[in-house]
Write a protein that binds this ligand. Structure first.
Ligand SMILES: Cc1ncc(COP(=O)(O)O)c(C=O)c1O
Ligand SMILES: N[C@@H](CCCC[NH3+])C(=O)O
Length: 419
């Protein structure tokens, strides 16, 4: 069921007409559907129902809004965090430390200490160097940090090169063939309880085959480590499941993913962890925008909307496609360029796109904006930060205020010597 559908010719988020949100909050604005988040969380969990007690931790980077995290916390999800800021958000949303996994290739000493202070359930260590530092910090406190070693399996995830993380020359994890030796080194240290492996090969994966190949490599390593006398109690299989960005596209479902995982991991005898991000939040959000004006173009008109690359960076960063639909249904179509107001040619959401015919003042949405949308915003061109709204049934609430350019400027000052 689509919670962003037209009723009476007007696009709604659940039972709320999007013009009502635009009226109350202004545009651009991110709008999330609580029911969609809940449904995605449940479908993901059901997909893993053949597994014994999996730990499901939402990749906070995909959508760190506190209200979104709270919805998922209530669904029993934990959090996969990659910074002290994300860890604080997870805690503020009520996620219990025993469901928090700390990933990330560059955790600072202060972040490692924060993880220990909050007694998170697992550090995913990304290098020998990080493992040594964590072991030393924990040992000095008389503690043992529970950890998993992230492996770089050298698998091509077949996704955009900027969001591929499991190839040998990517910065993530330790090379598969160094893993036994690094594992043995770290496992022998007092400050660590190293009893896990972790992996995450990339995001927006359209195919299960690379995931399966990577998991098989982990399975082989697991057997090898056990044969050398190590205990492996947990394996974190990461996230990465892709979602359709274009109407009509199909992607592997959580059930298909779960069946593959169950088959590949049969007999591993570990607790499995999963770090889904996009598959939970992506299609639970839209970016609602208003057309500023339509400018004549050489071959096609430019539809200039009030959202820009600073609000939704994916098209500019990865050439990503987001479906663009009118809020008020219209059958009239045109071929147009959809652009934001920022002074960069890269501030283009779509070129020569078949889209609804719109005029100044009309509302429209970029779909599939619930993951890696607001969280990647910047204030470029002094545009401030877009607000976020959560809808539940016929109710909606502003769950992140608009931060206007003035508030950002208030944090700056001119030094005395320039008076
Ligand atoms: C370590 C880690 N886990 C989980 C995720 C979530 O990925 P996705 O949103 O593709 O599920 C990411 C981002 O790619 C990540 O880097
Ligand atoms: N920011 C990326 C995903 C990166 C995943 C981070 N590990 C995107 O929008 O597609």
């Amino acid at each position: 069921m689509d919670h962003f559908a037209s009723t009476g010719g007007i696009l709604h988020a659940e039972d709320v007409a999007l013009p009502a949100i635009a009226e109350a909050v202004g545009t651009p604005v991110y709008v999330y559907s609580q029911a969609t988040l809940q449904r995605h969380a449940r479908v993901f969990r059901e997909g893993l129902s053949a597994l014994d007690n999996p730990l499901i931790v939402f990749a906070v980077k995909a959508n760190p809004n506190l209200a979104v995290l709270r919805v998922l916390q209530r669904e029993g999800f934990g959090a996969d965090v990659v910074s002290g800021g994300e860890l604080r958000r997870a805690l503020a949303a009520g996620i219990s430390p025993d469901k928090i996994v700390f990933s990330g290739v560059g955790k600072t000493r202060a972040e490692l200490e924060l993880g220990l202070d909050t007694a998170i359930t697992q550090f995913n260590i990304e290098s020998r160097e990080e493992g040594i530092e964590l072991a030393e910090i924990a040992a000095a406190r008389g503690e043992r940090a529970r950890a998993a070693l992230r492996i770089n399996p050298d698998v091509d995830a077949g996704t955009h090169e900027k969001i591929s993380t499991g190839k040998a020359d990517n910065k993530f994890g330790v090379p598969l063939h160094h893993a036994p030796q690094i594992f043995a080194d770290l496992a022998a240290r007092d400050g660590l309880q190293l009893d896990g492996l972790a992996i995450h090969i990339g995001s927006q994966l359209a195919d299960l085959a690379p995931l399966e190949a990577a998991f098989e490599r982990i399975g082989t390593l697991l057997a090898e480590l056990r044969a050398s006398g190590h205990t492996i109690a947990r394996v974190d299989l990461g996230g990465g499941l892709g979602v359709p960005y274009k109407a009509g596209e199909t992607f592997p479902t959580p059930a298909e993913y779960g069946a593959m995982v169950a088959r590949v991991t049969a007999g591993w005898d570990v607790q499995l962890a999963f770090e889904p991000g996009r598959v939970i939040a992506g299609n639970a959000g839209v970016l609602l925008t208003r057309v500023i004006r339509v400018k004549e173009g050489l071959n096609a008109p430019f539809v200039i909307v009030d959202a820009a690359m600073n609000d939704l960076a994916r098209p500019a960063l990865y050439g990503a496609w987001h479906d663009f639909d009118a809020v008020a249904e219209t059958s009239e179509r045109v071929t147009a360029n959809i652009v934001g107001p920022i002074c960069e040619t890269g501030d283009t959401f779509a070129r020569d796109r078949d889209c609804p015919a719109l005029v100044a003042g009309d509302l429209a949405v970029f779909r599939t904006a619930g993951a890696y949308g607001a969280t990647m915003a910047s204030s470029y061109n002094s545009r401030g930060f877009v607000p976020e709204v959560l809808v539940s049934g016929s109710e909606f609430a502003v769950v992140a205020d608009r931060i206007d350019a003035g508030a950002i400027m208030d944090a700056e000052r001119v030094p005395d010597w320039l008076d």
